[in-house]
Design a protein around this ligand. Structure first.
Ligand code: GLP
Length: 260
């Protein structure tokens, strides 16, 4: 794991965006895994800026989103499809036919999940997966006790996640109970993982993810076994890390060519 601690979410997001841009420039037909939530919004803003001001080209890229609420159509303002269109897809030149988001309205949910896995395989696998983290350590919507080998499937949200996510819905009772999500195993298959975490409400999950034991109770902790996992955070999210000074020292001492 590479731990990158920056003073603010803005600075961390800018660095993460540089990494995504680098991947896209190296491999224009890059397959990107996308995340939703408040955390990646600044990263997407920066990618849009790079597209507009520096010609960052998405025309050959493919995108797969992590998850979607069951029962919400794509034009529902709380759906993750709507979120992605608003924050990224409609502002860059990605082809709509290469944008994939699980269909929360599918009648046959197991078939939809299998199709999603097959589409990722057909695209050649995910090159770079962007992730946020839930305050309980979930990635995608893989709640605590999710199988660490799981694939795309339906999950039931915990009350905590429904309360955390209620801010976009207005009220907890309107937050769907079920979601479709890539599994932990699906996420682990991606060639590179870029996780972002900001704010003190993520500090406990980050400390347990980076320095705790690997456990299905903290799904993100499996990233300790990923070959290329970069964890970007601000000072607040880094607040409970025991070896914080060491991670900073390592990052500051990197030769420029390694700093993406
Ligand atoms: C949801 C998403 C996750 C995201 C998490 C944290 O549960 N499914 O992918 O990481 O929210 O959201 P936020 O970034 O708003 O804290």
């Amino acid at each position: 794991m590479e731990i990158i601690i920056q003073p603010t979410p803005e600075e961390a997001s800018r660095l993460a965006a540089r990494l995504v841009a680098h991947a896209l420039r190296e491999k224009p037909d890059c397959v990107l895994g996308m995340a939703t939530g408040g955390t990646p919004v600044k990263l997407y803003e920066e990618l849009v800026r790079l597209h507009v001001e520096e010609d960052l080209d998405f025309s050959r890229a493919t995108a797969f989103n992590l998850d979607e609420y069951v029962g919400l159509p794509g034009d529902h303002p709380c759906s993750y499809r709507y979120f992605m269109e608003e924050h990224l897809y409609r502002h860059v030149n990605i082809s709509p036919e290469r944008v994939h988001i699980p269909n929360g309205m599918a009648e046959d949910i197991p078939a939809e999940c299998e199709m999603y896995e097959a589409a990722i395989r057909t695209a050649g696998g995910i090159d770079m997966q962007i992730l946020g983290i839930g305050s309980d350590g979930h990635i995608g919507f893989n709640e605590p006790t999710s199988s660490l080998a799981s694939r795309t499937r339906i999950k039931t949200l915990t009350d905590k996640t429904r309360r955390d996510n209620a801010r976009t819905f207005g009220s907890v009772k309107d937050v769907p109970k079920h979601v479709l999500t890539m599994g932990v195993g699906t996420i682990m298959d991606s060639r590179q993982v870029v996780l972002l975490a900001f704010g003190s409400q993520k500090a406990n999950a980050i400390a347990r993810t980076v320095e705790g034991p690997i456990s299905a109770m903290m799904p993100a902790s499996i990233l300790q076994t990923h070959r290329v996992a970069k964890i970007f955070m601000d000072e607040e999210a880094a607040g409970l890390l025991e070896r914080k000074a060491y991670y900073k020292w390592v990052f500051e001492g990197k030769p420029d060519w390694q700093k993406f």
